[in-house]
Design a protein around this ligand. Structure first.
Ligand code: 1PX
Length: 259
């Protein structure tokens, strides 16, 4: 299970990536997708919990309770005390666009993993062998196979690199580090190379609204910041391993530039 039905806990999500590799060090797609589902789910859940929490604050309307980074301009200590939703909501429309994009890609993969060719979609390795072997990928144009498993996972794979770099940055940075800087640096070292200028510009502006490092660590819901840092030290090597095995596989089949 990627995440409990009621709580976002980053540790539970990251465990999915730990469970990804089988004994032959193949990437099992069910766990890989469970990890992504957990990351996306945290957005909806935390938003819903925020609404529920707002409803419990006496004398505060929805608008009045908005925190400054939400555009409301009025500090709301009762709601601010509950951090998990704050940084995710603070990205507003852009984050919602990002999470929808990931959700769509996860759905495409669910369709393939549960479809008529499902036996070919148990691992990343079997998927690549099947799609490449049956010429179900087009290295020149996107149009012919816009929803191939190879191109869809490639987008998630690039995003996993961003996540790994960003969480590593959070883990190793000093207490007063700027999350906007960490996020921008990890984005520039990973996803940015594949996005057009307008997307790079929009997300870089959105990063400036991110809350402090401490709020991020608390938002992981695994205890105090020191415990979150410890959890990241344990979990990140698994993400790194999944990433490098996938990267090697895609490189071997010359799929890293799949349009
Ligand atoms: C406690 C920390 C938890 C943080 C969890 C956050 C998970 C966020 C995952 C971000 C995944 C981004 C996926 C992007 C995939 C992609 O490159 N899609 C583009 C290409 O797709 P296509 O099918 O057209 O070839 C698509 O054009 C989408 C572009 C949107 C821009 C995405 C920018 C992502 C920047 C990093 C996310 C920052 C989120 C900060 C959250 C705290």
């Amino acid at each position: 299970m990627a995440a409990s039905e009621s709580d976002f806990n980053l540790k539970v999500v990251l465990v999915s990536f730990k469970q990804c590799l089988n004994e032959a060090e193949e990437v099992q797609l069910d766990h890989y997708l469970a990890g992504w589902r957990g990351l996306v789910r945290c957005v909806g859940e935390t938003s819903a919990r925020r609404q529920a929490l707002l409803a419990t604050v006496p004398g505060r309307s929805r608008q009045a309770a908005l925190c400054p980074e939400d555009g409301g301009g009025v500090p709301c200590p009762e709601v601010s005390a509950y951090t998990p939703h704050r940084f995710l909501n603070s990205l507003g429309a852009i984050f919602s666009f990002i999470s929808k994009d990931v959700a769509t890609k996860v759905q495409i993969m669910e369709g393939l993993c549960g479809g008529p060719g499902r036996e070919h979609y148990s691992t990343l390795q079997s998927m690549v062998a099947y799609e490449v072997g049956h010429k179900l990928v087009d290295l020149e144009r996107r149009a012919r196979y816009p929803d191939s498993g190879c191109r869809t996972v490639l987008r998630l794979h690039r995003a996993l690199r961003w996540l790994q770099l960003f969480l590593e940055g959070l883990r190793t940075s000093p207490e007063d580090a700027s999350t906007a800087t960490l996020c921008t640096e990890s984005y520039n070292a990973s996803l940015a190379a594949f996005h057009p200028w307008i997307v790079r510009r929009a997300v870089t502006v959105a990063f400036c609204t991110l809350p402090a490092r401490r709020a991020f660590l608390e938002a992981m819901n695994v205890g105090p910041p020191e415990q979150a840092v410890e959890m990241l030290s344990e979990a990140l090597p698994f993400i790194e391993r999944v990433y490098s095995i996938s990267q090697k596989l895609y490189a071997e089949h010359a799929l890293l530039g799949l349009p």
